[in-house]
Every structure is written in C-alpha cells, then in structure tokens.
Design a protein. Structure first.
Lengths: 484, 484
C-alpha cells in the first residue's frame, strides 16, 4: 500500500505539472489524444472483446454494440465537434453597460479522477475519459477490479497510445480508491452504486471537489397493452432485449421490473418465454449470447433475492442458479410482494418481476413509492398517459416505446436525479461535465458615470435606481434636470 | 418575552414532510402559482424598501444607496426577468436525434427537484436570501430559507415579510444558528443552495452527501486585482474604491481583496487612491456614513489581528484607524506585506487592502495561480494581449476586466465559483436551471425494428451494427442489400 500511496502522489504531481504547463489546453493535443483512443479501440477490437468475454462472458456483438461501438462513436463526435464546443458563448449585456462585453468560456477543471465500473468496463472508462480530455483536463482513470481483464487491458494499452504525463490508469479495488479519495482532485466522475456514491461525495466534500455520480435505481417499464397491442411482438422483444440482452440485466438502465394490467400479464409471460428461447436457445447457459453474473458475491445476492418464499412462489419461469458457472437463469416473477427485498433494491441481474395493476394509471403511484430511477420506460400510445408519466414521475430520463436506446442519443443528457445520481454526460454534456464555465466581463475605461461614486446624494440614488430599472428615458430627463 | 420555540430534528423533519406533501400535491408546479409568488416578492420590494433599508442599517450600518441598489434593485430586476421569461424557461427544449436512434424525437424537459433548502449569508442578507428563492420558486420547488443569524434584524424582517406574502404551504423561513441549521441539514433535501464560507461549505456538502443531495455552494476567496501601468488611473482607482469600500465595506464575496502591480507603478496608484478616497469619504473616512460598519466584534477582532501582526502593521500607508465601540475600521491600504502573513492567507472580508508589488506584471499570473481559485479576478489595462492572457489562463469563478463587481448584476452571465470558491452557478436563467432537473425524453416508434439488436448474435449483425454506429449511410445500405 505504501508503494501505491507513492504512485498516486507521484502521478498527481506529474499530472498537475502537465496541466500547469498548458499542454492540455491545445485543441490539437486534445483531438490527437481522442484520436489515439479511437485507434486504440480499432487496433485492439479482438483483444478487447476477448477481455470482455473473459470477464463477463460478453458476446463480441454485444461488446461491440454496447462498448466498442459506443466509444468509437463518442470519439468521432468529440473530434468533429470539439472546435464548436470550445467556442466562447457571447452574452448580451443591458444597454446600461454599453460598451461592455460579456462571454462565457469553458475551461478545464484541472486534474480529474474517473472511477469506472465493471459491467461496461471499456465504455464506462473511455467515455468519461474522452469527455475529460476533450475539456482539456489531465485524467487519472481507476478501472474496476471486478473486470480484471478489461482493467489490465486498459492499464497496459492506454500508456502505449496516450500522453502518459497527462493520462494515467490505476488498477485496484476499494483500498486503492480510498487512497485516491484522500487527495484533492479538481473533479471526480464516478459510475457505480448509490451506496458508494455517498462515500465518494463525502470524500469530495473535504476538498470541495465537484462530482458527477452516475448511479442506478429500479428502472420500471410500463406496458400499456391496450394502446400498443398491434405491436405487442416488438414490445416484448424490446423488453426482453432490454433485460437479458445487455450484460444480462446488469446495467444501470436495465429494465428492472414491468408494470402491466392484470388481465394481460399471462399473455406477456406467454410471449416472453418463446422470445427468451429465440434469443438464447433451450439452454441459455450454453448459448454464448448471455453474459455471466459478475462474480459469486452477486450470484449469492441474486440468490438471496429469490430465496424469500413469497418470491419463490411467484416464479413463473426460470429460477435455476449455478454459482460455479456464475449463472442465474433468465427468470420471470409474477407479482412478488411489493415489500419484498427484490422489489426494493436494484436487481442488477436476469430476474424480471412483473407487477400487475388493475388500471395502468396506477403504475405511476407504484413508481413514485420508490427512489427516482435513472430511466423510466413506457410502452404506450396514450398521449394522456405519456403526459401523466412525464409530469407526475421523476427520473434521469423517460423513453417511450423502447428501452436502453436513450444511451445512444448524444443530443440527450445522460444522468440521474435523486438516488440515481448527480450531473450528466454524453455528447457535449461530457465536455461541459468536465469544464468550469467561466464568466468574463470586459468593461470600458472610457465611459465613466459620476453617479457610481460617493459621496452619495439623492441625485445619485435616483440615477442609479432608474439605471437599474433600465428606465432610460427617465434617466435622460434626470440628467437634463427635468426630473426630480 | 415569549420563550423561543425549539427547532430541532423533529421540527425539521416535520417541516420537510409538510413541504414534500405540498410538492407531491402539485402546489408548486403550475405556472400560475410560480408567477403569483414572484409577484408577491415584487410587492415586498416595492412596498417595504424603507423597512429593508432600516434593517440593513441596523445589522450592518449599510448606507441607504447600497441597500437600495445592491439589495432591493437587484432583486427587483431578478424578479422582473423571471416573470418575463418564465414561460420560455419552462418550455421543453428540442434535441437533435441521429441515424442510430431513428425514427425518434427527443426533448429535454425542465422539472423541479422537489423540496429545496436555501442557506443565506449575513453580508447581503436580502439579496442572498431572496435571489436564490426566486430561482427555486421559478423552477417550481417548495423552499425553506434559513437566513443568517449574524444579521438579526434582516432575518426577522425576512421571516415577517415572507410569512405575510408567500404561500406557507410551500415557502417557509427558519431562523436560527448552529442548532437549527444542523437540524435542517440532517434532513433529505432535493437541493441545497448555500452562500458562505469555504469552511462551512465543506460541512454542507458532507451533510448533503448522506442523501446524495446536489448542492450549489457560493463561497469566497481572495479576489485579486491586477493593475497595469497602461490604464486610466483615475477611473481604475475610483472603481476599485467603490468596489471595495462602497460594497459593504469590503465584506463581499467578490470584494477586491488585494492588488498586484509593478514596483514602478505602485506609488502612483497609492497617491491616486488617497486622493480619490478623500474625495469620496472626506478627510476622516472612519466617520463617513457612506460605508457599512464591520458586522460584529468577532469580525472586528479578526480584522484587527490581521492589521496588528508584526511585519504587517508597519506596512500601512493609509488609514489603519480603528474604533471598536462603533465597529469601524478606516479604509486601510498596506504596501508589500509578507506573502505568508495572516492577511495574505485568508479572505480579508473587510476594509483592508494590501498592495503587492512585482518587478513585472507577468509575475502576477503566478502569484494568483499559486493560491486557491477565487470567486473573481480583476484586471485593469488597455493592453489587449494582457486581457486575453488573463482571461484564458487565470482560473476564477468569473473574470472582470476594467471594472469591479458589476458582473454580479448581469443576468446573462453565470455567477459562481470554482475550486475553493464554490461549485454551481446562478443568476438569470442559470438560477432556474440550478433548481431544475433536466429530464431527457426520447419518443420512439414501435415500427422499424432491427433484428440486429437482439440475440442470437452473428457476423452479419455485427457488421450492420458497426455501420449503424458509424452512421455511415453507404455501408449501411451495402449491408442491408447484402452487398458487403
């Protein structure tokens, strides 16, 4: 640990020195670094897919769709848009201040810390990294020890492609994170659980370090079967894809549970079963298309969630567990009790509770009994229901008639609210996330108003009052002696 | 005399519960309610200015002009702007979508965070209480205001006026000190807005971390003024004087804290300052009624200590008189105090102005950069290159060239700190945004589904995905037509 402490201190010292040298301010440098990340991913597609397969049993297509492709796209967008993003924004100033000028420039915070997660270890490391670099910061990335192959790949390969004096990678677990958090950073970006998010923010508070926390929650999926019945097949496919098709339910925006009217639940279940089979075959464990559970700890956690006898009784599909193979079968529950543990913590796994309601409108009430999630999904064509969902619930985002795909939309900010997080990124929001918006006002030494200076008298007071009201006409009258 | 009502954890908890119920009932969401509250705040400004001025005179000895202009007028403008723009601010913002999420439309919806806490400061007790409350109400939140106990007359008047005019089911004031503030900080808020010192800022953020509550911290720092010889000396000096002693007698977060200039120019600068100081405040400035007094004996003693330090007391070149009974310290200028003296180690927040001389002005950048980032940094010069370098390389909440403090009044510029001087920003639309959650909304169609999204995964699917991710139309068509 002593060695690690020294490594951290030395890294910080070097990154701060590099930042102070001004090298990272150059847009050319930033684009070159981001270009290098692009090259790194393109050159090492096989290695990366292999690492993800080793860590999570992730299929290479899924790996490309959810991680490599995302990073390539993020890098492309950043390089193409950086010039635009970095342009100062000019502000209009009131006439009173003429000829003063105002603008806002985005400046890098300085030396920032990115703490990544294990479920999408490549994209959740490189996406924030690209944002931090685009904004001109020096960055230290700590990848998750729970995805050791991906972490090792990043630790080994990033130094080969990027400016090592400005961008560094550290591997390790909570003990390394603890050492990192004792130091002062100019910004901390964390992806993970709300529990650890609190610890990060508390540590950041000691140094007044601003944070972005991308956390999680139970992302509900409302299925208004009456208004989408024509497309029910698509709906079922999307829900199944959103649950089991992306890291097997272990994503912050995974479909956590479904809300549907009681009468339709059996149909939904009957359609989900063959859909799962069409995705993963008769024996999902052997399909090669279903990611594994992260580790034995998480398998035991999921097992515990299922162990409640009332929850056991609600299993209508699946339920088998193979701890050694880190496998939990795609499982569907029908109406587990709302006060069961599985309905009160983020599942983060391949278990899908279906909660039935008498009227789909009741979904909103149920959603609101839980902390604000990262995403709410709703399959409906009922405009009134859409409006109600938007105005009566709160979440990081709302997606109608699909799941997960909001992640790919750069024009939308990606982040949580309440328990699901603080701050946001993606696209230009990533650039902003790692920038301080500095206001710049330039006044003129030429035009000076006596009324600004003491000693005070009634004339000056009236003048200034009118000036603030922008009552220019009255102001002129005052100056001409025509107003008292 | 009635016994003071206890406000502890139980009372704080009940208060939050009550306000949360109002918020959940939708009391604060509608445009009408927000407009009504804002108009009531305007009535307070219009009908109660004399009482406000009187309270400020009691608490701070603040001259009428300062109270009228820097507290009431600024608030009036802030309310006026909110009333004029609220519909715009509340409207959803359309976002651009791309080929990957086609067909889809996206928007960003502003929603209130819920129940928020505003903790105000003593130096501009009305401005710093009501301005954030304007933001909170505009954004549709329920709000609790805790004014500073160090300005008791203002605190009492704020309580009386807000209770008289605003909707008590959603807007409340809690008076008090450490006990009451601690009780409030134990609760779960949806946002905390704090104005005050960096030391307490840490405490606030640490408390917020327990509930993952996002914060805006408007703190302070030592705002430097760099004075170039290539400037208009008279205008420069007048603006520094009124920005320092004319704004609550140096007790403002963006007060010019110390001056940096060349050894050569310093004597001219000091002579000009002495001349203008006498014009503004007479031969005996300590007796001038045109300056606020020191807020209380604690701060008086603190400032005394700064002046009395060995190696500092002999550097006084103007002023230095003290009157503890009346809590007055004369405008005091010091020349070349040691860099490690107390007066150069903490935010002065008073009528003392050290001038540090350098061999050449370039050195000022290093001096500023070696210190914590301030809320504001000022530069007086005609030199365009110097202005550009200053704006680009000095990090501060905001930069003002050729003036002091006025950027506070500009609603088109974000007002906030960075590093030790704070996080987050407000004023104008930035206030509305500070108290809003920007919810991402994606509308997708149930048509146009791509098999590429779902398992089982295959080479063809991988190729197609790659094309979609690159949003490269030609590759995409090739793949669809089976030509690649």
């Amino acid at each position: 640990m002593e060695a690690m402490k020294e490594t951290v201190e030395e890294s910080l010292r070097e990154m701060r020195e590099t930042f102070a040298s001004g090298r990272t301010r150059s847009l050319k440098w930033r684009k070159a670094q981001i270009g290098a990340i692009y090259e790194m991913v393109k050159d090492n597609e096989d290695k990366i897919c292999n690492a993800l397969f080793q860590d999570l049993g992730k299929h290479s297509t899924e790996a490309f769709r959810d991680e490599l492709g995302v990073v390539l796209r993020t890098a492309t967008v950043a390089i193409n848009c950086l010039d635009k993003w970095a342009v100062p924004k000019h502000s209009k100033l009131p006439l009173l201040f003429y000829p003063a000028k105002g603008k806002v420039i985005s400046e890098p915070y300085g030396t920032v810390l990115v703490l990544s997660s294990w479920n999408f270890p490549i994209s959740l490391s490189l996406d924030p990294l690209i944002g931090a670099i685009a904004a001109g910061n020096t960055v230290l990335l700590k990848s998750s020890e729970l995805s050791p192959n991906a972490s090792a790949f990043l630790a080994k390969t990033i130094p080969a492609y990027l400016d090592t004096k400005a961008i560094k990678v550290i591997e390790g677990g909570p003990d390394v994170a603890t050492i990192l958090l004792q130091h002062q950073w100019d910004k901390i970006f964390f992806t993970g659980s709300p529990k650890i998010g609190r610890i990060i923010m508390a540590a950041a508070a000691q140094h007044l370090t601003p944070v972005t926390l991308e956390l999680g929650g139970k992302c509900p999926t409302i299925v208004d079967h009456l208004t989408i019945s024509k497309n029910i097949k698509s709906v079922v496919k999307r829900i199944a894809g959103g649950k089991w098709g992306s890291c097997n339910g272990q994503a912050c925006i995974s479909v956590d549970y479904v809300l549907i009217e009681k009468s339709f639940a059996p149909t939904l279940i009957d359609m989900l079963k063959p859909t799962i089979k069409s995705f993963f075959g008769e024996i999902p464990k052997e399909s090669g298309c279903l990611s594994r559970i992260a580790n034995k700890q998480h398998v035991r956690r999921l097992s515990r969630l299922l162990s409640d006898p009332r929850v056991q009784a609600s299993i209508v599909y699946g339920g088998s567990i193979d701890e050694d193979k880190l496998y939990v079968e795609p499982t569907i529950l029908l109406d587990p009790p709302l006060d069961s543990e599985i309905m009160n913590e983020e599942i983060f796994g391949p278990i899908l509770p279906i909660i039935t309601v008498r009227d789909i409108q009741e979904s909103i009430g149920i959603i609101n009994t839980k902390p604000k999630p990262l995403a709410i999904y709703a399959f409906t064509n009922d405009e009134n229901l859409k409006t109600r969902i938007l105005s009566e619930t709160s979440s990081g985002s709302v997606t109608f008639n699909d799941v997960m795909i909001q992640y790919m939309c750069d024009a939308l900010p990606f982040g949580g609210v309440g328990e699901s997080g603080i701050g946001r990124y993606h696209g230009k929001y990533s650039f902003d996330c790692f920038s301080h918006e500095k206001a710049i006002m330039e006044g003129s030494l030429g035009m000076d108003l006596e009324a600004r200076y003491p000693p005070w008298n009634n004339f000056k007071l009236t003048f200034i009052r009118l000036a603030f009201r922008e009552a220019y006409f009255k102001l002129i009258l005052l100056m001409l002696g025509l107003k008292r | 005399m009635a016994a003071k009502k206890v406000f502890g954890s139980a009372e704080a908890s009940n208060l939050v519960t009550e306000l949360r119920r109002s918020f959940d009932d939708g009391v604060t969401r509608g445009y009408e309610w927000r407009v009504t509250q804002l108009k009531k705040l305007m009535i307070i400004c219009d009908n109660h200015e004399p009482e406000i001025v009187a309270a400020l005179r009691d608490d701070l000895g603040k001259p009428e002009l300062e109270s009228s202009v820097y507290e009431v007028s600024l608030l009036r403008n802030s309310i006026k702007l909110a009333l004029k723009q609220l519909k715009n601010w509340m409207a959803p913002e359309k976002a651009k979508t791309s080929l990957t999420t086609f067909p889809a439309s996206a928007e960003i919806v502003s929603e209130p965070l819920g129940v928020v806490l505003v903790i105000s400061a003593w130096n501009y007790p009305f401005l710093l209480s009501i301005d954030p409350v304007i933001g909170a109400i505009s954004a549709g939140n329920a709000v609790v205001l805790k004014p500073s106990e160090l300005a008791p007359a203002s605190s009492a008047l704020l309580t009386k006026l807000l209770e008289q005019y605003l909707d008590p089911s959603a807007v409340r004031v809690v008076e008090g000190a450490v006990t009451e503030t601690s009780a409030l900080l134990e609760q779960k808020w949806d946002k905390i807005f704090y104005t005050g010192s960096s030391k307490i800022g840490r405490v606030i953020m640490a408390a917020a971390a327990k509930h993952l509550t996002p914060v805006v911290l408007e703190l302070g720092g030592k705002s430097p003024v760099v004075v170039d010889s290539d400037t208009d000396l008279k205008v420069t000096v007048r603006r520094i004087i009124v920005g320092k002693w004319g704004c609550n007698n140096g007790q403002a977060c963006i007060s010019p804290d110390y001056i940096l200039t060349t050894k050569e120019y310093a004597p001219k600068l000091i002579d000009a300052m002495k001349l203008e100081l006498e014009k503004f405040y007479g031969k005996n400035p300590i007796e001038s009624k045109d300056m606020s007094r020191i807020v209380n004996s604690n701060h008086f003693d603190r400032l005394s200590k700064l002046l009395d330090e060995k190696e500092v007391s002999d550097k006084i070149v103007y002023g230095g008189e003290k009157d503890r009974e009346n809590l007055k310290i004369a405008p005091t200028i010091l020349l070349d105090v040691p860099l490690d003296s107390l007066i150069m180690s903490e935010e002065i927040f008073g009528p003392l102005l050290p001038i540090l001389t350098l061999n050449n002005l370039e050195e000022s950048f290093d001096v500023i950069r070696s210190r914590p980032k301030p809320l504001a940094a000022y530069l007086f010069t005609h030199n365009k290159k110097l202005k550009e370098r200053f704006a680009a390389t000095v990090s501060a909440g905001g930069i003002v060239v050729n003036d002091i403090a006025v950027h506070l009044a500009l609603h088109t510029l974000p007002f906030g700190g960075v590093g030790e001087s704070g996080m987050g920003a407000y004023h104008g639309k930035f206030s509305f945004d500070a108290f809003s959650h920007k919810k991402a909304v994606l509308y997708r169609s149930l048509f146009g589904d791509s098999a590429v999204r779902y398992p089982p995964y295959s080479r063809g699917k991988l190729r197609l995905l790659k094309a979609l991710v690159d949003s490269n139309i030609f590759d995409l068509f090739k793949v669809l037509l089976g030509l690649a």
